[in-house]
Design a protein around this ligand. Sequence first.
Ligand SMILES: [Fe+2]
Length: 242
Amino acid sequence: MEMKKLDNQCIRIAKEQLSREGYADMGKIISPDMVLQFKERAIKLVEDYGKDRNFKMKDTDNTLRKLRNVPCEIIKSNHKELVDFYSSEFLIQAMTKVCDDVVEIPAYEHEQIQIVSQSEARDTHGWHWGDYSYILILMLESPPKEYGGLLQCVPHTSWNKERSRIIEYLIENKISTYYNTAGAAYLLKADTTLHRTTPLEISGKRRTIIRLGFSGTNNRRKKIDHGTLDTFFGEELIEMKG
Ligand SMILES: [Fe+2]
């Protein structure tokens, strides 16, 4: 796989945006061509192995998860190009520079690679934070902006799992909204940026992403509770009615 050389100016701009907004456009570092080379196989995996999730997450004030995802173990045995990219020198170096941190692949498998797809009306990944510091999103399919699936962020916030205060954060802070087209790549400072995707307005317009997780220095100091992602992939889900 051919990788671009890292451009210092692009790195600096992304790094500054990340620390300001908890979000960084990575499109100048990871080109649409690089992103879209993973699309065909990833979408096939969603079609063949995607599992519907529809529940309210207790740890984030019961915000809704209504989407379909493919777990890491399936991706690892079926999408070698993506797995190689995830652990490539190019990507780790780019992440280390933009995040200005020692960035590593988490040992916990559900935090590594996921494919997430939303395609039905009201599909959403409700307000939440990440357990680990950084999440890189590769956008494979994106509905026209009128149809929802927009990313919203509230940076410089933190997650108290006993009492997450999401409504208070939304009232007290400005919410930034981002629209990305297919081929985009963006980075989230996930553990300190409250974020969600807005619900899809209608069925049949797909938002499909690859989610790549990375830990930072911060994750080494504390013991990480994986309850939220365990809930995501576990069987003990609280199924939603209606
Ligand atoms: Fe997230």
